[in-house]
Ligand binder design. Sequence first.
Ligand code: NDP
Length: 383
Amino acid sequence: MRSLSIFGATGSVGTSTLDLVRQDRSAWDVKVLTANCSAGELARLAREFDAELAVVADESCLADLREALAGSGIESAGGAAALCDAARTTADITVAAIVGCAGLEPVMAAIEQGNTIALANKEALVSAGEVMTAAVAKYGATLLPVDSEHNAIFQCLAGGKTEDVRWITLTASGGPLRTWSQAELEAATPAQAVAHPNWDMGAKISVDSASMFNKGLELIEAHHLFPVGLDRLRIVVHPQSVIHSMVEYRDGSTLAQLGPSDMKVPIASCLAWPDRMDTPCEPLDLPAIGSLTFEAPDETRFPATRLARHAAMAGGAAPAVLNAANEVAVAAFLAGKIAFTRIAVMVEQTLTDYTPAAPGSLADVMAVDAAAREKASAMLESA
Ligand code: NDP
């Protein structure tokens, strides 16, 4: 039996993880489950999986959580400090599936315990970059990539040497608006942007997929996870989402990882690592898929990957600024306050207006994140 904690248990990645646990309850001891404010749903999951502790990040939702857990014997807590305390609990594996930079502090708390972390929360690594990778080395923690592309690369690199890598190619589906003209993109609605053709995901990452900021964040994530140099990381659009990413070695061999567009596959790869486990996913039916196609990204209609590459090259605080501005812009787009195409404009403007010193600590990263959010939010007010 292995112990497991899930931060962001009520979300898309969290529930996919619990679907895998449900397959074989006797194999898992569920320690901590968390949510932001979905108290009723969190309590239901905590009861089903007999968790030791349930935590809501938003303290104002703790009373509801307590009421929903009454009589269960499951402990409950609320607030940012409680979330970090929970992340310090030792578990064999901690799934980091909170959305956005809100997940950074608990991820760092888990790292400082030397835990094994299955990282879905890419915004945390994008924002904290060097601070996080230095902490992983210092505390002997292990980061396993849940993101399907990074999980694919991780699998393709197994047994290979970094110095033998010629290219790492991240595949991108291109999202639901891939073929739209600039004029159509201007008028894209939140419902259209979240209607991903291949993947069923939370709202924020779905918008990121449509804008290609998801791929931009993933480029920065790959830069930290697989340090082969930015000039060896490239992106190709592959609308079928069958190949999840590729590694080309210097002898001309390219290894690719293929699989269904279901996050249970990369999550299972992390949960069972270094072994394998069953998933309920349908096997790939290549004759039914028929053809796999590839296109170069169009950085005129979708400037996000260009902005992310520049932020990665600039290093220091730039990725944290890019991420924070994107989070503010995506929330504004989902709330109907700005046009879809404003997201990239706001991110670029924030990167131009705000160039803080490189963060040297978690507190520095949080300060950059907060200040960049303020700048981006001010842009919304003046728009
Ligand atoms: P969801 O929006 O579906 O779920 C987010 C989870 O985080 C929920 O449990 C939510 O709780 C919790 N949460 C939200 N805001 C906060 C906060 N401020 N503090 C603490 N907890 C919070 O997101 P996804 O599952 O889609 O994505 C999670 C992460 O995984 C993201 O970083 C995403 O980029 C990454 N990822 C997701 C993939 C996917 O297929 N969904 C694929 C690859 C990566 P509540 O229910 O209370 O709001």
